[in-house]
Design a protein around this ligand. Structure first.
Ligand code: GLC
Length: 834
């Protein structure tokens, strides 16, 4: 039903354009349907108050708004007298089905309700929907005069865009951290050599945060079809989103604190699992280490040059004719022995296992035969197998939205798992298909859906495309858990959808060896982290091309402070291992990789926090300091490319890393310490860039656990656990440890220690909390390093008493150092003496 209304862009035009450019018209698509006139939702027919929300009808259309919690709304629209099915690949059933009671509110102008923190109003005049907090601050509202519009099966929603609102998220879409002024299409695409303006790329994560005046809300459009988001590119006053089909089903998550939004998003879609500790170590890869000798050589060289490392990757050339789940025994004559030997050297192997299965009616290739026997491959509408060309040549594609096919896929890993391969890499799963103008499979390819919540049915590739890579990584993750129920799976996926963080870590795909790509890796990883993917990396050194020595050095420096630190490059490029540019570069690179290993207790603690709360490891400044500016705008807008590594360390690379010009680091309010020198810094600092330096600052009021250097995460550190104490307000820190690889931590085999410190006129008190959990960690003693001590030689007390061992361990320098045995809850007093 509609009054006459201005119609802007044809809803879905962004997707249509991308699909057309991609040559979909060249694929045999069904004849176009006659296009009916647009359906706009702006006439009120009736309203029904629900215990947890409101339902409004507009002719045969239904607008349904419900509160899942006081701070989470779900909004669905159905056009044919029926709401979209209550199903999702992204949102957990328990969250989707949660409900709180609401208070109905209705007057002459509007119908709606309130929760304990939100008020929803739908105007009787034109169905204008607004969501405010209880003080009346608008959090999101429809753009005046721009009702929800359907055009055939595409739809678009238009929202008011205040001049001072900013947008973040949407995964690793390229471009600045703030999405304002940009538009994006979500259609998973193999984007080799993508550039700053390339869109779409590999993933579709239709979740964003909107910030205005320090109030953050999150929006998830749970729709797997080709969707698009325009944050004011078309109009300075309206932002809009929509999809080329599928349900209008979106969620609004209220903060106002941004951390709360991110945590609630993880309540909706799940958190990334606790990664194996080794996946936080340095990872060396290339396309490809072609032979067993070459791979063993890389391992030896890393150890010989004492470059700490944990993981080696095997890219496609280890396989027979690129066929997944095979090993070329000419190139890798003793694969099993090699895996074993490398494990002895404390290396883990991650092998690539792409999803395409070689089409092999006449070849002896188990995955094809068993897949056909079990009816696990995608079909054309006429029932024949869909065959597309990828690395193995003609290939077939598993039907990952079918439970039985995911089970079959998972079992394909049994040999690799029994041989001791530690992790798996699911690439090309947009899916990428060669020799096809669309770069993927035809949109009418048939997928079968067998998933709780969804009706059992076939679906076209248009509906499944964006979720296909996620279901591929899900099949791998679940399969690995079945094969080794007490081991943490490590899966790396290139394509994914919202919620895919439950199954796999990710990387930003085929970047390039350019300074611009080094710079881009920061906003890409920050926005990925805000979108659920805290475990993410960008190919260190760049994939396409060969990095200049300085570029590789700077890249290794920055990646020290990124969640996944993997050096990877393409076929035919120059060598890219840390040693390739001579001893001076190697020394700098090694120093940074070593620092990452020293910081592992801190990094692992951040990873554990991520797995519990959804908070990412690398964070935009606004996540930690939402009130850092007088008008509460995100500080990141003034300090581009600075970011937090965990809650306590601020990393400040130059925005233009190839330039030698000095630049200003802008520090959030409060005191800071230079992480490298320990000196105190306040407000801002001018940096004269140097090849061997990356500015990092520790927040005053933090306690950072660190360990002695090891060459891998498997080597037991020798010596004390270091606690770097940076006194300041609310001074605290945490350490989390466990065995690093199993799920025993879920049964109490972990250790958590909370630390705190307090400055007072007498000096400083440090409290080392009682251990929580049963896990016994490697250290026997602590070395406590106190920064910013300026009162000469203090008196020290252990649990209120003088302790001669403690006193004699005291070292007074720029940093005050103390050693003490690790024995339960401990109170240290550092008392200034005149
Ligand atoms: C894709 C991947 C890349 C990999 C290559 C060969 O381009 O993105 O990382 O090395 O395929 O498998």
């Amino acid at each position: 039903m509609s009054h006459s209304v201005r119609v802007r862009t044809i809803p879905g035009i962004f997707c249509l354009a991308v699909l057309a450019i991609r040559g979909f018209a060249l694929d045999p698509t069904p004849p176009p349907r006659p296009t009916p006139s647009p359906l706009v939702l702006n006439v009120f027919s009736a309203a029904l108050a629900l215990p947890n929300g409101v339902q409004v009808t507009s002719g045969s259309a239904i607008l349904d708004v419900r509160a899942l919690r006081d701070d989470v709304l779900r909004i669905r629209i159905g056009v044919n007298g029926q709401l979209p099915e209550d199903a999702s690949w992204a949102v957990l059933a328990n969250s989707r089905q949660s409900s709180v009671s609401t208070t109905a509110e209705s007057d002459d102008d509007a119908v709606g309700f309130r929760t304990r923190s939100l008020r929803v109003k739908i105007a009787r005049r034109d169905l204008h929907l607004s969501v405010t907090d209880l003080d009346g601050n608008i959090l999101q509202e429809d753009a005046a005069g721009w009702p929800v519009t359907f055009h055939d099966r595409t739809f678009r929603l238009y929202k008011q865009m205040p001049a001072d609102e900013h947008y973040f998220g949407l995964g690793d879409k390229v471009g600045p951290l703030d999405r304002r002024g940009q538009s994006f299409v979500l259609w998973n695409t193999d984007a080799y050599e993508f550039q700053e303006s390339t869109d779409p790329i590999y993933k579709s994560i239709p979740f964003f945060l909107a910030e205005r005046a320090g109030r953050y809300v999150g929006v998830l459009l749970d729709n797997t079809w080709c969707s698009s988001f325009d944050f004011g590119k078309e109009s300075g006053e309206i932002y809009s989103f929509g999809a080329s089909g599928g349900p209008v089903d979106y969620y609004i998550v209220y903060g106002p604190d941004p951390k709360k939004v991110v945590k609630t998003y993880s309540w909706l879609t799940g958190a990334a699992p606790l990664p194996p500790l080794w996946s936080l170590g340095f990872q060396q890869s290339r396309y490809s280490y072609e032979t067993e000798d070459q791979l063993r050589g890389i391992a030896s060289k890393l150890r010989e040059l004492k470059i700490p490392a944990d993981v080696l990757y095997m890219d496609i050339d280890y396989q027979q004719q690129n066929r997944p789940f095979t090993v070329d025994s000419q190139k890798f004559p003793n694969f099993t022995g090699m895996v074993k030997d490398l494990r002895q050297e404390h290396f883990r192997l991650v092998t690539i296992t792409d999803l395409h299965i070689a089409y092999g009616p006449n070849i002896d290739y188990g995955p094809y035969q068993s897949g056909v026997a079990g009816d696990h491959f995608l079909k054309n509408p006429d029932g024949s197998l869909y065959v597309g060309t990828v690395w193995p040549g003609p290939s077939v594609f598993p039907d990952f939205t079918q439970k039985s096919s995911r089970g079959w896929w998972g079992r394909l890993y049994s040999k690799f798992v029994s041989e001791g391969v530690s992790g798996f890499w699911n690439d090309m799963n947009e899916p990428s298909v060669f020799l096809s103008p669309s770069k993927t499979m035809p949109i009418e390819t048939q997928h079968r859906i067998d998933e709780p919540g969804f009706a059992e049915r076939t679906a076209s590739h248009l509906e499944i495309h964006n979720v296909y890579g996620m279901e591929n990584s899900r099949a791998t993750y679940e399969g690995l858990l079945n094969l080794a129920p007490n081991s943490r799976p490590f899966v790396l996926t290139r394509a994914t959808y919202a919620g895919g963080q439950r199954y796999a870590a990710t990387w930003t795909g085929d970047n390039s060896s350019t300074w611009n790509h080094l710079r881009l890796s920061t906003p890409m990883l920050l926005n990925l982290g805000l979108s659920g993917f805290g475990m993410a990396g960008a190919d260190v050194g760049g994939f396409a091309g060969t990095p200049q020595p300085d570029l590789l050095t700077k890249w290794i420096e920055l990646a020290t402070f990124q969640p996944i630190d993997r050096d990877h490059t393409a076929k035919g490029t120059g060598a890219q291992e840390p040693w390739v540019h001579g001893p001076e570069h190697l020394a700098i690179r090694r120093r940074f990789i070593e620092e990452r290993y020293r910081l592992l207790p801190y990094l692992y603690t951040a990873a554990e926090e991520m797995s519990r709360t959804g908070l990412p490891i690398v964070r935009p400044l606004f996540l930690e300091f939402p009130s850092a500016t007088p008008d509460h705008h995100p500080l990141d807008l003034d300090a581009p490319n600075q970011f937090m590594f965990g809650a306590s360390l601020l990393v400040a690379p130059s925005r233009f890393p190839d330039e030698l010009d000095s630049y200003d680091v802008i520090l959030p309010p409060g005191d800071w310490y230079n992480y490298w020198t320990g000196s105190r810094v306040i407000g801002a600092e001018k940096i004269e860039p140097r090849l061997d330096m990356l500015p990092v600052y520790a927040r005053a009021g933090s306690i950072i656990p660190m360990q002695p250097l090891t060459q891998s995460t498997e080597e037991k550190p020798q010596g004390p656990l270091t606690l770097r104490v940076y006194p300041g307000p609310d001074c605290a820190g945490t350490l989390y440890q466990d065995d690093g690889t199993t799920l025993d931590y879920q049964r109490g085999e972990y250790l958590r220690l909370n630390f705190s410190c307090q400055s007072d006129p007498q000096g400083l008190r440090i409290h080392l909390g009682a251990p929580e959990g049963n896990y016994r960690a490697w250290w026997k003693s602590y070395e406590v390093q106190i920064f910013g001590w300026s009162s000469g030689k203090p008196k020290v007390l252990l649990n209120g008493k003088a302790d001669s061992a403690l006193s004699s361990s005291l070292n007074v320098g720029q940093v005050l150092t103390l050693s003490l045995p690790a024995s339960g809850e401990t109170e240290l007093q550092i008392i200034s003496t005149p």
